[in-house]
Design a binder for this molecule. Structure first.
Ligand code: BEZ
Ligand code: FE
Length: 259
């Protein structure tokens, strides 16, 4: 049986690409070069990165358009989420001792529903970069339980996790995606950020990010990130730890479908 949704999406996207080809007067050489480039991205294993750089933010804006007005804004997931990160012990995400100047960071807050009721037992995945822009379980054999982990909200809907302040980092830029950005005159930096994924049965999954106000890339993300204003944090330090306080609001699945 024909899948009409698939037909509609593919037809619309192909139609827009055709319009672009016509508008720009794309030559046969350029068409061939595009095919060669796509082959290179695929051979380099950079297809997910390529699609994330150019389209993740767009899909996120569709999610935000269709969300309940009280729900927290969504942001990119990026390619470095790992579902098998373990639960954090004693609220402390493991970090590496070798970074002498890293700054401790506390991420804390509450998860509520759209009516303001705190939600206990919500699972939050948190992942962020090392002080030199790497990810646990992804780069340099850093174990999967470093700089990432899961926490659960308590009976008051509150959560807290400690790690270290991440840094702005360049997305992989030595392959074809980096080459494309450079040829387009764009840089490959992402602002420093903390990724959060919030999951609870019966509620729409919320994927978002927290940012740092003083960051030079916060408003020039190479991925044209959403950067929700409520998740850009001024510098607040308590007991020597940078504090980010996030009130996260998630909406029931049924409410979103009905919208
Ligand atoms: C990230 O935030 O981890 C990310 C997003 C898009 C491309 C590469 C990395
Ligand atoms: Fe990231």
């Amino acid at each position: 049986m024909a899948n009409n949704r698939l037909d509609q999406i593919v037809s619309t996207i192909v139609d827009k690409v055709r319009q672009g080809v016509i508008e720009e007067g794309v030559t046969f050489e350029e068409y061939r070069a595009a095919i060669g480039y796509i082959m290179k991205i695929s051979e380099a294993g950079e297809l997910p990165l390529f699609i994330d750089v150019f389209l993740n933010t767009t899909v996120v804006s569709v999610i935000n358009q269709n969300s309940h007005p009280n729900a927290s804004p969504s942001d990119m997931e990026g390619p470095y989420f790992l579902d098998d990160a373990p639960f954090v012990k004693n609220g402390k995400i493991k970090t590496m001792d070798e970074y002498k100047d890293d700054e401790p960071m506390v991420v804390r807050g509450t998860v509520k529903d759209v009516d303001g009721n705190p939600l206990p037992g919500v699972v939050i995945d948190m992942w962020s970069s090392t002080p030199d822009g790497k990810y646990g379980g992804i780069h340099d054999n850093i174990p999967v339980d470093y700089y990432r982990g899961k926490v659960k909200t308590d009976e008051n809907g509150q959560f807290e996790a400690e790690s270290t302040v991440p840094v702005p980092y360049r997305i992989p830029d030595s392959g074809p995606v980096g080459a494309m950005l450079e040829m387009m005159g764009r840089h490959s930096w992402r602002p420093a950020h903390v990724h959060l994924k919030v999951r609870h049965p019966g509620y729409r999954e919320l994927i978002t990010q927290l940012y740092f106000e003083e960051d030079e890339y916060v408003h020039s993300d190479c991925c044209e990130g959403i950067v929700p204003a409520e998740f850009v944090y001024p510098r607040i330090v308590e007991d020597g730890k940078r504090v980010l306080e996030a009130d996260l609001v998630i909406e029931p699945v049924a409410q979103q479908q009905a919208a």
